[in-house]
Design a protein around this ligand. Structure first.
Ligand code: PLP
Length: 366
């Protein structure tokens, strides 16, 4: 049991709202895969998956260990493991996870394992590289893959998929359409030679927003579920899911000339009142927010972070705020606040969300 007072509250109603926003952009028969990798984008993958399991068709995680955690948490929905390694294939089978096979090293190893352990029609997914150049077979690998598949009934291709490199960037529209066309060509080769039809999927959140015509059989939604559309207009129609709260541990009065925190980075020019809050860079509060770059909300007022962000604490200026030890502190509770943190850290909201650490208590509010 985690009894930390710093809590990430995951808003179930917002998750559902966001899911419905994307559903309404899709054909009713298009399947939804909810991406819950990286602890559900910094939240709690099991809690999010439990909440979404009746509302989506699939889950995806990056690594086998994440899928195992979902199974141990009681999730029965199919789970695609996007990035398995040969070392994790046996555990993938043990926990009825579905591997993405992206090169011959993993593909051959899985087919051998399936053969050795006499699996029947075990669902696998095959990924093709159409331009991201990260993970996936090349189209010239198709003949060998098809030849290997013909020889076995131990596995069955549940889906063929690819991933877009710049679905959020309309200046890269030609590139993206080319990726989609290449993927369509690859799928046609499989459809020609297999006597069954694997599902096809290529769109992530921004893909659904910008290229809904390429929804095929399923879409893979990550950041959109968590309230961000990589586009201000879309984000404004989504609801915030990640609310990070803490409390004031202690209040100090700092005399002129006194300093606050490590390296004495903040020097009081006049008498100020500071509040110490039990959240630091080990909880995911980047040091970039220190020295008045970032702020928190206390009793609806902005309190700037003074001095350096410590591992377990921040100190904020509450000189003008009527507040007491034990009062609630909002680290963020809106997309604007999260985007502001990402901007200050010169990063993207994906990183801001996934930085929220294990130590923070996670609760899901239905
Ligand atoms: C992370 C990931 C997604 C989700 O992307 P979002 O932009 O968060 O929607 C989809 N597909 C793959 C292969 C991914 O790695």
């Amino acid at each position: 049991m985690n009894n930390h007072v710093t809590v990430l509250e995951i808003d179930g109603k917002s998750l559902e709202h966001n899911l419905n926003y994307f559903k309404q952009k899709l054909k009713p028969e298009t399947k939804i895969l909810a991406v819950v990798k990286a602890t559900g984008y910094g939240s709690d993958a099991v809690k999010v998956a439990k909440f979404l399991q009746d509302k989506v068709d699939y889950f995806a995680v990056a690594f086998a260990v994440e899928g195992i955690n979902l199974r141990k948490g009681g999730i029965k929905t199919p789970i695609l493991v996007l990035h398995p390694q040969t070392q994790t294939l046996q555990s993938i089978i043990d926990y009825k996870l579905e591997p993405n096979l992206y090169n011959f090293k993993v593909f051959d190893a899985f087919l051998k394992l399936a053969d050795d352990t006499l699996l029947m029609n075990y669902p696998i997914h095959i990924k093709f590289n159409t331009g991201l150049n990260r993970l996936g077979f090349w189209h010239t690998d198709i003949p060998k893959i098809l030849a290997d598949l013909k020889e076995t009934n131990h596995v069955k291709v549940q889906s063929l998929f690819s991933h877009l490199a710049a679905s959020e960037d309309l200046e890269e529209k030609d590139f993206t359409i080319n990726q989609i066309n290449n993927f369509t060509y690859i799928a046609q080769q499989f459809y020609k030679y297999l006597d069954y039809r694997p599902m096809l999927h290529v769109l992530n959140t921004s893909g659904v927003v910008n290229y809904a015509e390429a929804q095929f059989d399923m879409v893979r939604i990550g950041i959109g579920l968590y309230g961000f559309g990589n586009d201000e207009k879309v984000t404004s129609q989504l609801k915030n899911t990640h609310n990070l709260y803490s409390i004031i541990s202690q209040i100090h009065f700092i005399e002129p000339g006194e300093t606050v925190g490590y390296n004495r980075a903040f020097i009081a020019k006049k008498l100020i009142k500071s509040a110490t809050i039990p959240i630091g860079h080990a909880d995911g509060i980047t040091r970039a927010l220190g020295n008045k770059k970032g702020y928190v909300l206390i009793n609806n007022q902005k309190a700037k972070i003074i001095g350096n962000v410590c591992m377990d604490m921040i100190m904020v200026d509450v000189t003008k705020i009527d507040c007491n030890e034990g009062d609630k502190v909002i680290i963020f509770n809106s997309q604007e606040m999260i985007q502001n943190i990402a901007d200050i850290a010169e990063t993207i909201v994906y990183e801001t969300l996934t930085s929220i650490s294990q130590r923070v208590k996670k609760v899901l509010k239905k």
